[in-house]
Design a protein around this ligand. Sequence first.
Ligand SMILES: NC(=O)c1ccc[n+]([C@@H]2O[C@H](COP(=O)([O-])OP(=O)(O)OC[C@H]3O[C@@H](n4cnc5c(N)ncnc54)[C@H](OP(=O)(O)O)[C@@H]3O)[C@@H](O)[C@H]2O)c1
Length: 346
Amino acid sequence: MEVENKFVTIKGYVDGPPSESDFEVAFAVRVLKADQGSNDVIVKNICVSVDPYQINRMKNYSSSQTTSSFATRLVPGEGIDAYGIGRVVASDNSEFAEGDIVVGLLGWEEYSVVRGGNWLRRINSTEFPFSYHVGILGLSGLTAYSGFYNICKPKKGEKVFVSAATGSVGHVVGQLAKLFGCYVVGCAGSKQKVDVLKDKLGFDDAFNYKDEPDLKSALKRYFPDGIDIYFDNVGGEMLEAAVANMNTFGRVAVCGVISEYIDDGRRVAPDMLDVVYKRITIQGFLASDHMNVMADFISTISDHLRNAKIHALEDISQGLESAPAAFLGLFRGHNVGKKLVRISAD
Ligand SMILES: NC(=O)c1ccc[n+]([C@@H]2O[C@H](COP(=O)([O-])OP(=O)(O)OC[C@H]3O[C@@H](n4cnc5c(N)ncnc54)[C@H](OP(=O)(O)O)[C@@H]3O)[C@@H](O)[C@H]2O)c1
């Protein structure tokens, strides 16, 4: 069967803050048949992820700048790949059959061809909503889990600070830290988000960083005895302020630096003398380096969900056409929880 596949693309490279006019919805004819011997799997997408790092793939880097191989550059006019969940509509792969529900690298499009079935995983259970497999039980959750346990190396009773704390990664980190027996403070960009952190997710405290003219003294107020662990989702001035408030042998897990993704290139760095004298470990990481903990991660988070010990915050936009606005909203703080776009019904 032939379909007119609808997909979202960038019209050109994006310099500076993105706007909706940088995107368009395009169409391409797709034959829903996997070629014999290809191992390809064709998926009808149900729900796809919208992630801040995508902006770094849309920029027009000069030849002296490169993105990491993890974030290969997007091509204007072509599809935008993204993690997602969907239903197999055709398969030449013995591991996947028509009708299977799968998660993997799909795209902001109605149908995706997964070459060789690479990276696909079948979901055999309907215990949780499908969207959870893209968020809390998907790469966002894995980022939180691996970053907190493997990079932060927590000890019970330690004081943990999480930025972008209602975000897809942050809200899971904070809850894991609470379950582990840490004291947890989160920051976010609105009163509504602060209320969610304190009232729904059980953070010990939370604040709106936009109300704080001096981040260093704000953190001093929330952590009079210092910070042991900082889970950094934003970078910039918040990282500088957190390092100034860290205890000796503190750990900073640098998950992402969203405050620097669409700025004018001005950079604020932490005081490195502080880092030396306080023997602070600052470590960047990628969830993709921690696939070996996938089984433990899924089993642990599933148990927490089952026992209502952890809440999944989701923010789902409806329809493929909503993907550009959903994406822009990440940089404007519009999302509360994991941002997803629903493309078709379960
Ligand atoms: N290392 C990895 O493997 C990995 C994997 C996934 C994500 N990440 C990174 O982790 C971070 C969080 O990603 P996510 O998917 O969980 O996104 P998210 O937190 O769900 O969404 C982005 C949030 O960031 C906050 N934000 C936006 N611009 C900001 C700014 N200039 N300063 C401070 N906060 C700002 C906004 O919340 P507020 O209302 O609180 O401002 C916004 O809602 C990102 O930096 C992302 O690139 C890394």
